[in-house]
Write a new protein. Structure first.
Length: 200
């Protein structure tokens, strides 16, 4: 009986240690300030976290998705001067109109958590174009641009869909809703872009 109680106590201690470690991760992700006030704010955020707060994973997602979205906006801005294809121009406008406000939304998450824009961790962002690919896109015109834009944006969107899995089950309603919206809109755009590419 004593041995069984000891085993239960040991499991409880391990569970508590795990919870403290996770809370520590959330706090560390929550801020970039090195001063004592920043540390106090981080601690307060961690201690008072509720279902309505943004978790460390929510913030990590925003830190990753903001530059990911920004590249899609940059690619779509290039379309305005590199093609006269009305379908590409309409798609580029649709992508900018959707993703620019989402960048502002996620920036507000980070601000509300007292965090910084820098991730502080090394995680890949799926589908991002390399500097060389962005240069090639910027140098292309007309039909060549259209093809590179569609190919690049399809991969870009597919990467974003993978990233949304981070917050698909978030406890924060706003984060969960954003993930669902990205999946819905970008899945439809992938289908449309594949049709456009096949018709070339």
């Amino acid at each position: 009986m004593f041995e069984k109680k000891s085993r239960i106590a040991g499991i409880a201690a391990l569970s508590l240690a795990g919870a403290v470690a996770l809370a520590g991760c959330t706090i560390n992700l929550g801020g970039t300030n090195s001063d004592s006030n920043g540390m106090m704010n981080d601690g307060m955020m961690g201690n008072n976290q509720s279902a309505s707060d943004f978790s460390g994973t929510d913030i990590m997602f925003a830190q990753m998705m903001i530059p990911h979205h920004q590249q899609a906006v940059d690619m779509s801005t290039l379309a305005e001067t590199h093609t006269t294809n009305p379908e590409i121009l309409a798609l580029a406008k649709q992508i900018k109109d959707a993703q620019a406000p989402e960048i502002e939304q996620m920036t507000a998450w980070i601000d509300s958590a007292g965090a910084g824009m820098e991730m502080g961790h090394d995680m890949g962002m799926g589908g991002m174009l390399s500097d060389e690919q962005m240069t090639a896109l910027g140098n292309a015109q007309g039909a060549e641009f259209d093809k590179l834009y569609l190919e690049g944006m399809i991969g870009h969107h597919e990467g974003a869909l993978q990233m949304t899995q981070m917050i698909a089950d978030s406890n924060n309603a706003e984060a969960k809703e954003l993930a669902a919206n990205i999946v819905t809109s970008q899945t439809a755009e992938i289908d449309k872009m594949k049709q456009m590419l096949a018709a070339m």
